[in-house]
Write a protein that binds this ligand. Structure first.
Ligand code: O2Y
Ligand code: MN
Length: 603
């Protein structure tokens, strides 16, 4: 059967059809009609719940299998030809061996199911920065989510033409149906049969056994980060786990900020922040992934390759992120949240009690809030179109991207790391990004002897090649960008006092820190030199209207040299695992910090 004009695509569809043996094949076109048809079928089968049309128009809820609730890093592989090319942070398997194992699993895996062929573009269709992928999946849930998260359209096939190239992304839930067998609500395979595999040399993705999020929506973490990062290294650009925002001052000057934080550090909240600095406003370009290339003027330009938000539901409230709540008002998909009696959605930390006090929990069981059991899974998600965000930046789909002025790195540290510091130069900035770390949870700290969890550039699970080479790539980009490189900063919103209370109010007040950064870019704000970088004093920041004791802020802007020496020791121990792949420039930065920490701090 010839489905498209593209020979490579037709051959691939035929090959996968032969292997997976679906009952039928559908070429997706990304239309509303297709979306509505698939949703209607999933409602009929019991997989989807149609939400109250008055309260949540055109929206649906799904409950996954309790064993299939998040990305599974233990089953995520980089199958490069040489083990060394996957490096110490990835699971490696020989690609030949893995293909043999997975071919065994894929053989006949779509029996009783429909095979959907989903052409999609990461980045605006036709943009020179965009990449075309085609996902083959036997999950209608994947198709409808891809409609929101990527640009699914037959226009993609027009751009592909007869001989254009694409990234093949194969996905199966891994649950063939025997003749007459009733499907389960959320089909998936047991953990030991799950594989999320990347073949960077072939630019191919094979995913088997999970229907959830990053394991199954292959345009996101698999293509836009793991495969794209490997391609970007070769081609001299960057694929990063970063939000992108535009911060505009009262005179209308734009500053573009790209920021990397590990999960649970409020990345989506920062991307949609409501500024408390009078006259300054934030607009969202992206909340998770940035693709960045040097422009003709020598500056670094970023695009958000995605079209939607796949955000964590719990904790999203009018207080923490009103713009995210507005984004998911309609045309949205909810996975693993509570469905209330009147068929709306609810989750812990939504800012109000569950209406009626009861509903259906993420495990699809009757649930009451009074039970004290969590109704929504901690990793429950909303899938919402980015275009619905009230503060979406008018340039969010500009194929040329936005010029990045500032990089921000960070982690969750209850002690030691001050509210903000600025890198002395770009190479020091790379060091700050490479040594970004969070503390393990309080429970793990109680075990003693547990050091920091380093997560360079918040990219550890997403670097599609050797992380030592990845860090070198950051230095190489710095070299290429020269004096046009963004200024680098490190923030910590999570310092606690001795009573365990957060010292910094966070949320909208983080805009005060962003404003200091912008003022530094313009050479308008002061800073003092400390062993860890340049830091503001309280008089360098805009604090009017901030309800906070000055002494607490002073404490947040201090460097604890002795505590930093421990962090440095942890960083050195962590960096040792990169062996001779550790960039010399990074080693040099470690030595420089060690020397500076030996000096008294002058503030
Ligand atoms: O658990 C999943 O599959 C989702 S992971 C995710 C989703 C949206 C944005 N970021 C992430 C992440 O793990 O960084
Ligand atoms: Mn992410």
């Amino acid at each position: 059967m010839t489905l498209t004009k593209n020979k490579k695509l037709n051959d691939w569809i035929e090959e996968i059809k032969k292997m997976c043996q679906p009952d039928n094949v559908v070429l997706c076109d990304g239309t509303k009609e297709e979306y509505d048809r698939l949703m209607a079928r999933m409602v009929e089968s019991g997989m989807a719940i149609k939400l109250n049309e008055e309260k949540r128009p055109n929206s649906y809820a799904f409950n996954s299998d309790p064993s299939d609730v998040a990305r599974v890093e233990s089953r995520t592989y980089i199958a490069s030809v040489k083990k060394e090319d996957a490096g110490p942070t990835n699971n490696w398997i020989d690609p030949v061996e893995l293909k043999k194992t997975m071919t065994g699993l894929y053989t006949g895996c779509m029996k009783g199911r429909t095979m959907y062929v989903i052409p999609f573009s990461m980045g605006p269709i036709g943009s020179p920065i965009a990449k075309i992928g085609v996902e083959i999946s036997d999950s209608p849930y994947v198709v409808v989510n891809m409609h929101i998260m990527a640009r699914v359209s037959s226009e993609v096939l027009d751009v592909l033409g007869k001989d254009g190239d694409f990234i093949p992304c194969l996905h199966s839930v891994g649950k063939p149906l025997a003749e007459g067998e009733k499907d389960s609500r959320w089909p998936c395979a047991p953990l030991e049969d799950k594989y999320i595999a990347h073949f960077p040399e072939e630019k191919t993705i094979w995913s088997y056994g999970s229907g959830y999020g990053g394991n199954a929506l292959l345009g996101k973490k698999c293509l836009a980060l793991r495969i794209a990062s490997a391609v970007a290294k070769k081609e001299g650009w960057m694929a990063e786990h970063m939000l992108i925002l535009r911060f505009t001052n009262p005179e209308g000057k734009h500053y573009h900020i790209a920021a990397a934080f590990p999960s649970a550090c409020g990345k989506t909240n920062l991307a949609m922040l409501q500024s408390t600095v009078p006259g300054w406003k934030v607009e969202t370009v992206g909340d998770d992934i940035a693709w960045m290339k040097q422009g003709k003027d020598g500056r670094l330009y970023a695009i958000n390759p995605e079209a939607g938000f796949f955000g964590v539901a719990p904790g999203t409230s009018e207080e923490s992120n009103p713009m995210a709540l507005a984004s998911l008002k309609e045309n949205s998909i909810f996975t693993n949240v509570v469905v209330t009696e009147d068929k709306d959605v609810w989750w812990e930390g939504m800012g109000y009690d569950c209406p009626g006090g009861k509903g259906t929990d993420w495990k699809n069981n009757p649930w009451t809030q009074a039970s004290g059991e969590k109704g929504a899974h901690a990793n429950s998600r909303f899938t919402a179109p980015a275009s619905q965000c009230p503060v979406i930046c008018q340039d969010w789909e500009n194929p040329a991207g936005v010029p990045i002025d500032i990089f921000v790195f960070g982690g969750k540290r209850t002690a030691t790391v001050p509210l903000v510091h600025e890198a002395f130069d770009f190479e020091h900035g790379v060091f700050l990004g490479a040594t970004a770390a969070s503390e393990p949870t309080a429970a793990a700290l109680d075990l003693g002897n547990v050091s920091l969890r380093f997560d360079p550039f918040a990219m550890t699970p997403f670097i599609g090649y050797n992380a030592g080479d990845y860090m070198q790539h950051w230095f190489d980009m710095g070299q290429k960008l020269g004096d046009k490189a963004p200024k680098c900063f490190y923030v910590n919103w999570f310092r606690k006092d001795k009573n365990g209370k957060f010292m910094w109010p966070g949320f909208g007040e983080n805009s005060r820190v962003l404003k200091w950064m912008c003022d530094r870019v313009d050479g308008k704000a002061g800073a003092v030199e400390t062993p860890i970088g340049m830091m503001p004093t309280t008089k360098d920041m805009t604090l009017d209207g901030l309800d906070m004791d000055k002494s607490v802020l002073e404490e947040l802007l201090k460097v604890d040299v002795e505590a930093y020496k421990k962090t440095l020791a942890d960083a050195k121990a962590y960096m040792a695992k990169f062996g001779d792949k550790l960039p010399a420039k990074l080693k040099n930065q470690l030595e420089k910090l060690e020397a500076r920490l030996g000096q008294p701090v002058c503030q």
